[in-house]
Ligand binder design. Structure first.
Ligand code: ADP
Length: 627
């Protein structure tokens, strides 16, 4: 029989496995058992949904056989089995999902992450010289044997097999300095590995186990007896009593199942009885899944009906703003045959989704309360999701989310919540101040920020483009409206100060009119301000659209462009004012030039582009050289 070559990617993974110096080689057993369990799942599912398949749940099992003489370890199942084409397709190529993940992750990390991923069937080559897969597909007559000694390729031939299902026979490698492969011939060791990695597999995993028993009729003579025993407890992790599950069990389960090499930040395990009954096991990841911000990322939870997987990504179970949550839900209340479309409207599913949302929210709240560092880590990773959640749907979910979002605080120098901000508000302060910019450092240098800080008001720094939109949707927190320090009237002055400023502005009205001519339609107004301390000018805005929003909206690839109504504000107490007044009386043309420069400065400070950079730099040179 002609030897066939593995597909390129499979070959690479295979090479990696064969030459693996990975110390945790034992995970191969978990992978084979998991494949066997999946194969049984497939057949069991058919038996429930297809009348022609008459099988009993109790008939399914996985068997592990050890043959010391032949130096083999065999994992067998009576699942769906594989036809010749399927053997070719499944074992000659890596399954799509696995491939992608492998490629993505392997770019960054090295081989030592193998154990954290579902690398599947090929991992058996870490411990074997040769593998035979003997399989008979359910409902077919012919059985086939797939055989490979690794990189050189594989063969497939017809063979005999009585029962449907699959047996994977591993011919173990010889012991060497690094690894004792013969330990996989030791019943006790293998039993331990099954318990460690595969205890929650739903089907019995059987092994022939030797026991010393009293010889019949004898009181002190013993002999060895072999019994077939089930070595796994079979209760899925999520159906276990919380008190019996160790933290590391949850961690391992999460890392294996969701291909993460970091432990989850939080685990939510709940058993709910009532209007709708379900078990849920949910995880908040500690890091962003590699595809989270790509189009390919699909939110959703695995949905089981009484322990049988019916959908891998049930999206209706999670709101978009919690799309980072991973996990599963098992409920007897949803029918096995339910379709994706039907799920959307399913009453039970909706009730469960609501209940899950509440649980996630509570978990986040308690993390915020009790484990601040964890929460901040979480928020830095997934916070933007929550802020989008406030903004999307015209604020339909703002009450759910408003206490979960955080912003950098000018006084605390760290992320704070609105609640914390409000609790610290000064007497007489009736607004929540915020400022927008690209980064905390840049905002800190904004001229407008200086005086507000000086008066010891706390300012929230908004650095992400969704931030201000979210605040606009919220409008207020605890009846305190939000105020952008670059647009709103801040009311930081006393009544007298206000009067004085008003008067001063009135008196210089004509000068401002002339200055406006220099920057034509660019600004709505030019006036003195007390918003500034040491800086000469700033640009502020009036109306619905702030400068930051103008930047965000105009950077989007649509035709819709907006313009903030801007005001050029000049620091009433800055030495530049005298110069301006002097020019107004003695050199009106020069005043216009100065205005252009001041306006450009204000734009630059706001991070806005200048339309006429050449003109402005020439003007500056002119002034520098005192022409
Ligand atoms: P994965 O399990 O991640 O899909 P594997 O390399 O472990 O990748 O397996 C490849 C495919 O081979 C599986 O998706 C499955 O279709 C098939 N397969 C593996 N083991 C068995 C088995 N015991 N019974 C039936 N099919 C199997």
């Amino acid at each position: 029989m002609k030897k066939k070559q593995f597909k390129a990617e499979s070959k690479r993974l295979l090479d990696l496995m064969i030459n693996s110096i990975y110390t945790n080689k034992e995970i191969f057993l978990r992978e084979l058992i998991s494949n066997a369990s999946d194969a049984i799942d497939k057949l069991y599912y058919r038996s429930l949904t297809d009348r022609k398949v008459k099988l009993n749940r109790d008939d399914f099992y996985i068997k592990i056989d050890i043959d010391k003489d032949k130096n083999t370890l065999t994992v067998s199942d009576n699942g769906c089995g594989m036809s010749m084409e399927e053997l070719e397709e499944n074992l000659g190529t890596i399954a799509q999902s696995g491939t992608l993940l492998f490629k993505e992750e392997n770019k960054k990390k090295d081989v030592d992450i193998i154990g954290q991923f579902g690398v599947g069937f090929y991992s058996a080559f870490m411990v074997s010289d040769k593998i035979e897969v003997i399989s008979k597909k359910y409902g077919e007559d012919k059985a086939y044997i797939w055989e490979s000694e690794g990189a050189s390729g594989y063969t497939i031939e017809e063979t005999k097999k009585d029962e449907y299902g699959t047996s994977v026979v591993l011919h173990l490698k010889k012991d060497d300095d690094n690894e004792k492969y013969s330990r996989y011939l030791d019943t006790f060791t293998v039993e331990g590995l099954v318990k460690k990695y595969s205890d929650y597999i739903k089907y019995p995993i059987k092994m022939d186990i030797e026991h010393e028993e009293l010889k019949e009729g004898s009181k002190d003579e013993y002999e060895m007896h072999i019994h077939e025993e089930t070595v796994n407890s079979m209760i899925p992790l999520w159906k276990r009593n919380k008190k019996e599950v160790k933290e590391e069990d949850y961690d391992r389960f999460y890392m294996d199942k969701f291909y993460d090499y970091e432990k989850p930040l939080r685990v939510i395990h709940s058993n709910v009885e009532g209007q709708c009954s379900y078990n849920a096991l949910l995880f908040i990841p500690g890091r962003v899944p590699f595809d989270f911000y790509t189009k390919e990322y699909e939110k959703g939870l695995e949905l089981y009906s009484n322990g049988v997987l019916i959908m891998e990504k049930c999206s209706s179970l999670l709101p978009d703003y919690f799309s980072f949550v991973k996990g599963l839900v098992d409920t007897p209340d949803v029918s096995l045959n339910i379709s994706r479309e039907m799920l959307q409207q399913d009453r039970q599913v909706n009730i469960i989704a609501k209940s899950i949302e509440t649980k996630i929210k509570k978990e986040l709240e308690s993390m915020l309360e009790e484990a601040r560092e964890d929460y901040e880590k979480f928020f830095k990773t997934f916070g933007i999701q929550l802020k989008f959640g406030i903004y999307n749907g015209y604020g339909a979910h703002k009450d759910t989310l408003k206490d979960l979002v955080m912003f950098y605080s000018s006084t605390e120098k760290k992320l704070v919540t609105f609640k914390e901000y409000v609790s610290r508000m000064k007497e007489g302060q009736d607004k929540i101040y915020y400022a927008c910019g690209e980064s905390v450092d840049k905002i800190d240098l904004l001229p407008q920020v200086e005086l507000v800080k000086d008066k010891e008001y706390e300012i929230l720094y908004l650095t992400e483009y969704v931030d201000e939109f979210a605040l606009q949707v919220l409008m207020e927190y605890d009846k305190k409206p939000f105020a952008n320090i670059s647009s709103e009237k801040l009311d930081l002055e006393t009544v007298e100060e206000k009067e004085e400023l008003k008067k001063n502005n009135e008196e210089n009205k004509e000068m401002f009119e002339l200055m406006k001519e220099a920057v034509k339609d660019e600004v709505k107004d030019i006036r003195f301000t007390r918003r500034l301390k040491n800086h000469p000018v700033c640009l502020t805005s009036e109306g619905q659209v702030s400068i930051e929003m103008e930047k965000v909206i105009n950077s989007m690839p649509t035709d819709e462009k907006v313009k903030a109504e801007t005001i050029l504000e000049i620091n009433e107490n800055h030495p530049i004012v005298e110069k301006l007044k002097d020019l107004y009386h003695n050199n009106k043309e020069e005043l216009k030039k100065y205005t252009k420069i001041l306006y450009s400065q204000a734009r630059l400070i706001e991070g806005l582009p200048i339309d006429n950079p050449t003109e402005i730099s020439n003007l500056i040179c002119e002034i520098i050289s005192n022409k």
